[in-house]
Ligand binder design. Structure first.
Ligand code: HEM
Length: 197
């Protein structure tokens, strides 16, 4: 039995909301610290969804069949699941700023805000009609650029937490390193196959 895309995306959003509620509970309830914890935990929850969607094609190119083939087939749903979780992160950011008057650095607002526009554009074009309307090249350009920007923001966020939270940053950055290595290995394999053809 396969889970439908709306069920998977809705489930991801509900799970992210539950993670956020846990953040509030850990942070002492409806408070500034609670909202901060909810913001942190929802970003952590969204991260593996992004890595899974971004690595799906490389994994399937390197090791076809099995769960890698399933992941590639459901990549669109997984990517939309990431977008849903990350919009829950945005909801907690807005709560933090508008309800608890947390001051956000300008650079975070601009870089993060631009990345959210890309995530929204990627989510809105994750359907066959959009692929046809944008053309394969245009669609790919948007999704490759968006994917790299999201990767960059996650990498930057975790690099800046290396000193204060090595227990979080080291595993997260190792996962980024692994995902990039898989992408490069898949490109090299495709290149070799093209040359041999
Ligand atoms: C306008 C956009 C954004 C704002 C204002 C924002 C704000 C925040 C805030 C206030 C935190 C908590 C910081 C703390 O621990 O003190 C946070 C955490 C984080 N955000 Fe966002 N964010 C934005 C967009 C993004 C985007 C686009 C990504 C990734 C693509 C992202 C990834 C993260 C990560 C990885 C954390 C760290 C979580 C942790 O400590 O475990 N954020 N963000």
């Amino acid at each position: 039995m396969s889970i439908s895309t709306p069920a998977l995306v809705g489930g991801a959003a509900l799970a992210a909301l539950a993670v956020g509620a846990t953040g509030f509970a850990i942070g002492g309830g409806w408070s500034h610290e609670g909202a901060l914890e909810a913001t942190r935990l929802t970003a952590r929850f969204a991260f593996p969804w992004f890595v899974a969607a971004w690595s799906a094609s490389a994994l399937a190119a390197l090791w076809p069949d099995g769960w890698r083939a399933t992941l590639l087939r459901r990549r669109r749903a997984v990517g939309l699941g990431f977008a849903a979780c990350h919009f829950v992160h945005l909801g907690f950011i807005l709560t933090l700023a508008l309800v608890f008057h947390h001051v956000l650095p300008k650079v975070t607002i601009y870089a993060g805000g631009f990345t959210y526009l890309l995530i929204a554009a990627m989510a809105a074009t994750s359907n066959d009609a959009a692929v046809r309307a944008l053309g394969r090249k245009g669609w790919k350009a948007l999704h490759v650029t968006g994917g790299l920007m999201i990767l960059l923001v996650f990498t930057n966020s975790y690099v800046s937490r290396l000193a204060a939270k090595p227990w979080l940053a080291i595993p997260a950055l190792s996962l980024v390193g692994l995902a990039v290595t898989l992408k490069l290995a898949a490109w090299a394999l495709r290149g070799r196959r093209l040359q041999a053809a």
